[in-house]
Write a protein that binds this ligand. Structure first.
Ligand SMILES: C[S@@+](CC[C@H](N)C(=O)[O-])C[C@H]1O[C@@H](n2cnc3c(N)ncnc32)[C@H](O)[C@@H]1O
Length: 311
């Protein structure tokens, strides 16, 4: 058991303890990682049926930077909306990543693989730059000097235009104008953290335009809160409440079946589902996880592409 994390959870009950205790996700702090995550979700969603290039992209939980969204914009996306529970990203990190991303796109660098990011388990058919999806013509326009300068001015905060770059943290509600405005929503290592999952799936559905796609990569492991990858499923509820404390999020501990059922219940159609499996380690699960489906019990990671029906 990670006693430091337990102490953070308990400390969060104390009034006046600063939120900075929970800042930082260890995620999108490099251009290579952001480039990798964007291109992987794009290629996988394309393989699952998303034929049209997404002009409006939404991201749940971008983390330490808006690197994934900047990669989308540099690919030709016209509008990117970032929705985070906590404002982890900052301008200096965003700018550093933006400049490095421009170089990666100019070089049409291959998609980084497990040698660079061993944690990323689901393999792609090819790591080559996806020129069939991001054509030379599209990239030529997307990476013009004028466009890069305009995007950089938005990233630096020198200019503001939420019609191109919209960062909302914390986000809670969807306006009427937001509804059905997004072509592609992605989340990477986020849905396992979301405290109110039914609302998040309902929001995903509302954001998407008819025919739009969502791509979610979910990490079902214990995130080092316990030594065993499945230790969080063995933790009794009373102890878990102390781990979570009053933090804005930790882990919701829901297995894959919950995510798939919630997506289906709001009307999202599953177009692809893939699992990463691992041997269970914890011998005795907490009561409410004992009935978990055998396949979910072995699933330490999941990836799902969803689509909102055309009409
Ligand atoms: C492990 S980080 C993942 C960051 C990044 N996507 C990556 O791949 O590294 C989890 C992220 O989920 C965000 N998150 C947690 N609950 C959320 C919610 N309800 N809505 C949006 N983002 C949320 C956190 O603030 C954090 O940015």
């Amino acid at each position: 058991m990670n006693l430091r994390q337990l102490a953070y959870g308990m400390l969060s009950f104390v009034p006046g303890v600063p939120d900075s205790l929970y800042k930082g996700t260890g995620g999108t702090s490099s251009a290579e990682y952001s480039y990798c995550i964007w291109l992987r979700h794009l290629v996988l969603a394309h393989g699952a049926g998303m034929q049209a290039f997404p002009l409006t992209v939404g991201e749940l939980g971008p983390g330490d930077s808006i690197g994934v969204g900047m990669a989308a914009l540099l690919s030709g996306t016209q509008r990117y909306i970032a929705l985070d529970a906590v404002a982890h990203a900052d301008t200096a990190t965003n700018l550093r990543i933006f400049d490095a991303l421009v170089e990666l796109f100019r070089q049409r660098a291959p998609i980084p693989d497990r040698r660079q990011f061993p944690e990323i388990k689901l393999d792609l058919p090819s790591q080559a730059f996806p020129l069939k999806i991001l054509t030379t013509e599209q990239l030529h326009a997307a990476l013009s000097d004028d466009r890069i300068a305009a995007l950089r001015a938005l990233v630096s905060g020198e200019r503001r235009d939420p019609e191109v770059l919209d960062y909302r943290a914390p986000w809670d509600r969807i306006s009427d104008a937001d509804c059905a405005s997004v072509d592609f929503i992605l989340s990477n290592a986020v849905m396992e953290h979301v405290a109110d999952l039914p609302s998040a799936y309902a929001a995903m559905y509302r954001w998407l335009r008819p025919g739009g796609y969502a791509s979610n990569q979910i990490d079902f492991r214990s995130h080092s809160l316990f030594k065993a990858w499945d230790g969080h499923w063995a933790c009794p509820d009373w102890l878990w409440r102390l781990f979570v404390g009053k933090r804005p999020y930790l882990l919701n501990r829901e297995p894959f079946a919950t995510h798939r059922a919630l997506a289906a219940s709001v009307g999202l159609i599953e177009r692809r589902c893939a699992r990463i499996e691992a041997t269970p380690v914890s011998k005795r699960l907490a009561k409410r996880f004992r009935e978990m489906e055998a396949l979910d019990r072995r699933s330490c990671g999941g990836y799902v592409v969803l689509q909102k029906a055309v009409s």
